[in-house]
Design a protein around this ligand. Structure first.
Ligand SMILES: Nc1nc(=O)c2c([nH]1)NC[C@@H]1CN(c3ccc(C(=O)N[C@@H](CCC(=O)O)C(=O)O)cc3)C=[N+]21
Length: 291
């Protein structure tokens, strides 16, 4: 029997409805709409698509949203000036600078320039430190989306063996932190899992992956995770968003569906959940800043 689908598109629709309800309640109480400013430098087609999706998602839940599109030749000083303006703008609760940035710009300096209270990506070192210490201000969007996709579909993680393939600052590293931590009132998404982080230098990657109850493919390598690397019945999460000849292609090979118990598809899995967690963080930022 082929694996069941972990439907991120459906869960994202449910959770966006929950967020829209909270936005309406805030409006009824006379509070200003949560505001997200998205900054896109350059014309990368995938980045343009993501920013378009985020903009539409914000409109759908009643947020105020502005997309700031800057030319690929923008200097670091110009970008930092825009970030400073957004930091000071009371209508802006969340700031997202779309990555990757052109090579004349120091991405690390830009991430540090975003006010931590408005850092809805959770990329600023202050927020990364709070997350690592178990007292998160925000959760990073893709890791949080992965955990919600699992737990809200009834996949329990406490005590389970979870293998994360990938160690990026955006996905693998923060996801491993969240999975391993003990849940508390201040850290409700923590999962009490037993976590292994694997990567391109891991010896016998297939054997490590076969030890997983829950396997997260976040290496950014199209279809690297094949059926022989998956224990029968395991839960497989595909974080890959590789654009191969204009088609979306995950990190999971289609043959995995014949072995696994559950698989998240691409598209329609983690991607819509990532955007939903961005909305969640922007609402949380508005609550933290405006009350
Ligand atoms: N500062 C920053 N924050 C990010 O959160 C960020 C970023 N930079 N750079 C790039 C990655 C990638 N990312 C995706 C978001 C949504 C989909 C998504 O919605 N995917 C759809 C397919 C796309 C479509 O159908 O248009 C899906 O999987 O169903 C994918 C990928 C956010 N990222």
């Amino acid at each position: 029997m082929p694996a069941q689908k972990l439907d991120g598109k459906a869960l994202a629709a449910t959770m966006r409805g929950e967020i829209a309800t909270q936005v309406q309640a805030r409006a009824a109480a006379g509070k200003r709409a949560p505001g997200l400013a998205a900054v896109l430098v350059g014309e990368d087609p995938a980045s343009q698509q993501y920013v378009k999706n985020k903009h539409k998602a914000c409109q759908d839940v009643g947020f105020a949203t502005a997309a700031h599109r800057l030319p690929a030749t923008t200097s670091q000083a110009e970008l930092l000036a825009l970030v400073a303006q957004l930091n000071a703008d009371p209508a802006v609760h969340g700031i997202l600078v779309q990555l990757p940035l052109p090579k004349q710009i120091d991405g690390e300096a830009v991430i540090r320039a975003v006010a931590p209270a408005k850092d809805v990506d959770c990329f600023h070192p202050e927020n990364v430190g709070l997350l690592a210490a178990g007292h998160p201000r925000f959760y990073p969007c893709t890791p949080h989306g992965v955990i919600q996709l699992l737990t809200r579909n009834g996949v329990s993680l406490a005590g389970k063996s979870v293998v994360v393939v990938g160690r990026s600052n955006i996905v693998g590293k923060p996801l491993a932190l969240m999975l391993m931590q003990k849940p508390t009132a201040a850290n409700p998404a923590a999962a009490d899992a037993t976590v292994t982080v694997a990567h391109t230098r891991t010896s016998d990657l297939a054997a490590v992956c076969r030890g997983a109850d829950v396997l997260v493919a976040a290496a950014g390598v199209p279809e690297f995770l094949t059926a022989d690397m998956v224990r029968p019945g395991a839960v497989v999460i595909d974080v890959g968003t590789n654009n191969v000849n204009g088609r979306w292609c995950g990190d999971v090979h289609p043959g995995v569906w014949d072995v696994a118990g559950w698989v998240s598809p691409v598209p329609g899995g983690v991607g819509p959940m990532t955007i939903t967690m961005l909305l969640h963080n922007t609402l949380a930022a508005a609550q933290q800043i405006d009350g």
